[in-house]
Design a protein around this ligand. Structure first.
Ligand SMILES: [Zn+2]
Ligand SMILES: [Zn+2]
Length: 106
């Protein structure tokens, strides 16, 4: 947890309301409770990671989509709800906003 975390930031609080797919020292990836698609959240309360870090976060997100889901994604890091803390959604190229994305049969 970042020392800069403000108590009011829900991404810093990282309450596990939805399924978590992945976590490491740098980020966590969970289903977005609003959009029903996986999203990666950087563990640092900052809106603009370096492009190296962004690449890594996006690669980890892609790996989660590959492992758990069955759709073609694009990375959407337009941060509408929480503009001060970097996160990115793996949205479906098909479907529409807010539609649950298909999971792999496991
Ligand atoms: Zn935050
Ligand atoms: Zn969302």
């Amino acid at each position: 947890m970042s020392k800069n975390a403000r108590m009011t930031c829900e991404l810093c609080e990282a309450s596990r309301l939805t399924e978590w797919f992945y976590e490491d020292d740098e980020c966590w990836i969970a289903e977005c409770e609003v959009c029903y698609v996986p999203m990666v959240v950087w563990k640092i309360h900052d809106p603009s990671p370096s492009s190296d870090i962004k690449d890594q976060l996006h690669a980890k997100l892609a790996a989660v989509v590959e492992e758990y889901f069955d759709y073609e994604h694009y990375v959407d890091d337009n941060m509408r709800q929480i503009p001060e803390h970097y996160h990115a959604h793996a949205r479906s190229r098909k479907g529409w906003f807010g539609q649950p994305v298909p999971r792999r049969n496991r």
